[in-house]
Ligand binder design. Structure first.
Ligand code: LLP
Length: 414
């Protein structure tokens, strides 16, 4: 059942009316469902029963402490990409031994911090990073656990900005170079090779590219075994897509089963780094119509959320369903749902058939992933509040910023 369903015509989050949330917390406002987050996580857990495995939630998708807390309580690990995310997951109660550190640009300071904390693994993305990590670990008197992120050169068939597993992408080490780099890593005194990693892209809607990537990794693992390099884990990355409009996203079972089948005979712990699939459909952005501006060519509904809140439509041309919280009767017209920001790219949806009046509340759906985390203060707009609904309770999990906070770090000239 959807966490966002109608009761007496009014859209609710679990059992809380979105009208009540808007009047209590104001708009724009992010609304998450605890139940939906837990259900999405459990769908992965279910497939991994009896298997030596770890779900490392990709924090970048939604890093609110309450979201992290929910996953940490269910035993999740975390995939982080910065010192900021590292501190965040620790603040949310993460177990350091369940943290993997991805990203092409780890600084020496970030490495030091992560080594001190004792994370599970560094997913190393280049030869240069390997050298730096070895040096930093040496200075710290530690051994850094590593896997190489291998770029398997497969086409994830997704938006070019979120495709990461092709030769032309900046991510990982080319498959052809990986064996030599592993052999080199094995000679470095301050590194301990523990695994192998790949992540080929985001919002993937077919299991085939995942499977293709795995085949390439397994081939490499066999070569490494022949070289005397024995791995402890394989990290299959994230990337499983969700439904935004009418996509047929695979079930977690359909995505994982073929890969788990191939891994059955291998003594490898399986790591996953799902982000969007755990949080995307568990959140929405609640906004209010400020003005209607019907025109000769287009009709604009100007709402109080904007591209600074939800950047995905402007950035990727992505589609989010937009539905009225309390539908009104009357004839629907086609509306462009736009924000108050001074750019034509400031839209949340184009040509949506809706019967609207000023003051109406709209819900922008499937906004739980890469929503709040990518928001900005463009136009000196405070970032929206975040609310986590849990049954009949609506908990404020990040209050709305104030305008004064936005320039509190700035100074006029002396
Ligand atoms: N692991 C690594 C190393 C990643 O780079 C990513 C996402 C993930 C895991 C999680 O992928 P997911 O399961 O969420 O697909 N802002 C874009 C998405 C960027 C994804 C970046 N990497 C969007 O709004 O669609």
């Amino acid at each position: 059942m959807s966490p966002f369903a109608r009761q007496n015509g009014v859209l609710h989050a679990e059992s809380v009316s979105l009208i009540d949330i808007a009047s209590h917390f104001g708009t724009p406002c992010w609304v998450y469902s605890r139940h939906a987050l837990e259900t999405a996580f459990d769908e992965f857990q279910q497939e991994l029963i009896g298997l030596d495995s770890l779900i490392c939630y990709a924090v970048k998708a939604n890093s609110n402490l309450a979201v992290l807390d929910i996953f940490a309580r269910r035993g999740a690990g975390f995939d982080i990409v910065s010192a900021g995310e590292l501190k965040r997951v620790l603040a949310a109660g993460a177990n350091p031994r369940k943290i993997v550190f991805s990203g092409v640009g780890k600084t020496a300071a970030e490495m030091e911090l992560a080594l001190g904390i004792g994370i599970l693994c560094f997913n190393v993305e280049s030869a240069a990073e390997l050298e730096r990590l070895d040096a930093v670990a040496g200075r710290a008197g530690k051994k850094a656990p590593i896997s190489l992120r291998v770029n398997p050169d497969v086409d994830a068939k997704t938006h070019p900005y979120i495709s990461t597993g092709l030769k032309e992408n900046k991510f990982g080490v080319a498959c052809a170079d990986a064996r030599a780099l592993y052999r080199h890593a094995a000679t470095l005194a301050n590194l301990e090779i523990t695994g192998i990693d790949c992540h080929i892209g985001s919002q993937l809607l077919h299991p085939a590219p995942f499977d293709e990537a795995l085949d390439k990794l397994l081939l490499l693992i066999d070569q490494l075994t022949a070289d005397g390099i024995v791995l402890h884990h394989i990290d299959l990355g994230g990337g499983l897509g969700i439904r935004y409009r009418d996509e047929e996203a695979p079930t977690v079972k359909a995505y994982l089963q073929p890969m788990l089948e191939k891994l059955k005979e291998r003594q490898l712990q399986v790591l996953l780094e799902p982000g969007r699939r755990l949080v995307g459909n568990a959140g929405l952005l609640l906004t209010r119509v400020e003005y209607l501006k019907p025109g000769e060519i287009r009709n604009f509904a100007i709402v109080d959320a904007a591209m600074n809140d939800l950047a995905r439509p402007a950035l990727y041309g992505s589609w989010h369903d937009i539905v009225p919280v309390a539908p009104r009767s009357g004839i629907a017209s086609l509306w462009d749902i736009v924000g108050p920001v001074c750019e034509s790219g400031d839209f949340l949806g184009h040509g949506r058939p809706l019967a609207l009046a000023a003051g109406d509340l709209l819900a922008i759906l499937s906004a739980g992933a890469y929503g709040m985390v990518m928001s900005s203060n463009y136009n000196t707009r405070p970032r929206a509040a975040e609310v986590m609904v849990d049954g009949a309770a609506a908990n404020l999990v990040r209050r709305r910023e104030t305008v004064e906070e936005l320039y509190a770090l700035e100074q006029r000239l002396p």
